[in-house]
Ligand binder design. Structure first.
Ligand code: HEM
Length: 303
């Protein structure tokens, strides 16, 4: 063994007040690690439990699980931007590129949903999922809370109803996703929305307090003269996450839920065609970067 390595091991355990020899002797008996143990393949592959016998239900479950893993990677990256004391432009750009790359994965792979399942089978097995909906994916919302102040997640019409200096709790009452399940006339919420809030609203609120002044948007605003490269990286991510992904998702919903003029009800019960369009939601992580232009490209997208 390289003496230098041996010295480092000795130093490491002596610093911990431990006997290095005992640890080295342990190596004599320890079993070598395997790929399947490290990646936890067995656990990962045991999580696909279907509710029907339709083959494509497995495709549906696995693709959702893949998306949740990609979102976890994204939250892993975005939270580092917010936690960094004073992030350099270089690191900031690198993190935004990573976020962009993951979002691109979600966009380009979405055809697995749109074209990779039988129309008939999907429309049967999905009925066993009511009232669950991808709407209840909390990671989508956690990511938004890291990305931008809640105010930017409220559409223009709803902003007019806000009091002066609204609290975080009030902002959540007006956030864009309320439109998926809140009947504004009766004040009644759909089961899908109620269950979602019961499970996650406290956690969302806690994170929003924690992120006050620290969101990616606010980190960006601290740069007095950001480079073109940084601005482009931020805009590209904003556009990909808030326009391009919603559009491929909406097209998929339209493919399965609308045929020959007939519009089917979604499992989550929203007015999905209107609600899912980025033009309706008007989510923008970095509105200051779009000031001089028609809002992103969503006006150019017809549905
Ligand atoms: C065949 C595939 C899919 C269809 C037809 C579909 C359809 C819908 C519909 C109609 C909604 C509106 C809420 C409702 O009333 O249920 C919705 C929301 C949502 N779905 Fe999907 N979806 C599909 C796949 C996915 C996948 C793979 C994901 C990834 C996790 C996903 C994530 C979401 C999210 C995050 C929302 C909320 C969007 C928002 O609030 O802007 N969906 N989906």
């Amino acid at each position: 063994m390289n003496q230098n390595t041996l010295d480092k091991i000795t130093e490491k355990y002596e610093n911990l007040g431990e006997n290095p020899d005992a640890y080295l002797e342990g190596l004599v008996y320890a079993k070598p690690i395997n790929y399947w143990d490290y990646i936890q393949v067995d656990t990962l592959l045991s999580l696909q439990n279907t509710r029907t016998d339709f083959k494509d239900e497995s495709v549906f479950i696995m693709y959702h699980q893949i998306t949740e893993l990609v979102l976890k990677l994204m939250i892993h990256e975005i939270s580092q931007i917010c936690e960094e004391e004073e992030i350099t432009e270089e690191l900031f750009i690198d993190k935004l590129y990573r976020l962009q790359r993951y979002t691109d994965m979600l966009i380009t792979s979405f055809s697995v949903m749109k074209d990779g399942m039988s129309f008939e089978d999907y429309n049967q097995f999905r009925m066993t999922l009511t009232p669950a909906s991808g709407f209840q994916s909390a990671q989508f919302r956690f990511l938004e809370i890291y990305a931008t102040p809640l105010f930017n997640l409220i559409n223009e019409k709803e902003k007019e109803k806000l009091p002066q200096e609204p609290s975080i709790e009030t902002l959540f009452e007006h956030i864009y996703w309320q439109s998926a399940g809140l009947d504004k006339k009766t004040g009644k919420k759909s089961h899908t929305l109620k269950a979602f809030e019961e499970k996650y609203l406290d956690e969302f609120t806690r994170l929003a307090y924690q992120m006050k002044g620290k969101t990616v948007n606010e980190v960006l605003l601290k740069f007095e003269s950001p480079s073109e490269k940084l601005i482009t990286a931020a805009r590209d991510f904003d556009n990909a996450y808030n326009v391009k992904w919603p559009i491929v998702h909406l097209r998929t919903a339209t493919h399965y839920l609308e045929k020959k003029g007939e519009k089917k009800a979604a499992t989550g019960g929203s007015e999905w065609k209107k609600y899912l369009h980025p033009k309706f939601q008007q989510r923008q992580f970095f509105p200051q970067l779009w000031k001089d232009e028609s809002i992103m490209e969503w006006h150019q997208e017809s549905d």
